[in-house]
Design a binder for this molecule. Structure first.
Ligand SMILES: [Zn+2]
Ligand SMILES: [Zn+2]
Length: 299
């Protein structure tokens, strides 16, 4: 699996001083990742109250929105516009999901779209192994650094560069908040269990949404539309739509393709917090595999 990215690994995502102290703490990072997983077992002793489950739902879906609506649809794809202040809110809240900083996340994601499922170029293609595309690539030394050259448009903001180095601060604050609200069981449900569920739901877009589901569009990659990943990730499961036209803030192209992130963005637009939301043009939506085949038959 390590062969996956050898072709570009030397250049891409190289660890630089811009990454800061935390990015060099590999053993500590791995220990925390495994530790947060293991801590979920404490649920056998702690149990779950209604308040714990409410905290879990709030921190799971709340953070999911900031990953999908912030890290993904704003920083990686710029599918809408907002103020510099709300841009920072998106980055700060996205960082609470413990998926590193916004520049790291969005930079590597832009590279994924450039080379999706191409051997030796895509960091996380299931063609190199399901487990690799799901999470192992994150721990490969070649991806420790941010692909700053891919994300220069946002790297010019000093507050984002700071957060990219100190992405560990927002999750710490979240953990303390959960502890203050719900005690030890609040910390377990609102932080540990919620984070593990959030990690694997997000990762399933990189792994399972390139394997399971239907393809409506003839994209050069293996991306699929998968309704249950769509529900879990507030709309990211319409991944074949997304690879077909990634400039759109809306990923559920058809009315029945539930895309909660898009609905929230429309709500924020009504409040004047975001604007210039990009939609897929009709000819893009209609350019399906089925339409192309029908055209070929008629010709
Ligand atoms: Zn993809
Ligand atoms: Zn994307």
């Amino acid at each position: 699996m390590a062969r996956a990215v050898q072709a570009v690994g030397g250049k891409r995502g190289r660890l630089t001083e811009a990454e800061g102290w935390w990015a060099r703490q590999r053993i500590l990072t791995l220990t925390l990742y495994c530790g947060i997983h293991a801590s979920c077992l404490l649920v056998l002793w702690v149990g779950a109250s209604r308040a714990d489950l409410a905290l879990f739902a709030a921190t799971f879906f709340g953070r999911m929105f900031f990953i999908t609506g912030g890290y993904h649809r704003y920083f990686a794809h710029k599918t809408y516009e907002t103020s510099r202040a709300f841009q920072f809110v998106l980055a700060l809240m996205g960082a609470t999901a413990i998926q590193k900083g916004p520049l790291w996340w969005a930079g590597h994601h832009r590279t994924h779209h450039k080379y999706a499922d191409q051997p030796g170029k895509d960091a996380h293609s299931p063609r190199d192994g399901l487990w690799w595309s799901h999470q192992m690539w994150i721990f490969d030394r070649r991806f420790d650094g941010s692909a700053i050259e891919q994300i220069r448009d946002f790297a010019r903001f000093p507050e984002l560069m700071w957060l990219n180095q100190w992405h560990v601060v927002p999750p710490l604050l979240l953990a303390l908040t959960c502890l203050a609200i719900g005690g030890w069981s609040g910390l377990l449900w609102g932080f540990s269990i919620s984070t593990v569920a959030l990690w694997h739901s997000t990762y399933s877009v990189n792994s399972l949404a390139h394997l399971l589901g239907r393809r409506r569009y003839a994209t050069p990659d293996d991306s699929r539309n998968n309704w249950w990943i769509g529900l879990l990730t507030l709309g990211e499961g319409w991944h074949n739509n997304h690879h077909h036209f990634c400039a759109s803030a809306r990923q559920g192209f058809l009315w029945w393709e539930i895309d909660v992130t898009y609905y929230i963005l429309r709500g924020l637009q009504a409040l004047g917090i975001v604007w210039a939301i990009r939609e897929p043009p009709a000819q893009v939506v209609n350019a399906t595999i089925a339409a192309r085949e029908a055209q070929q038959r008629a010709a």
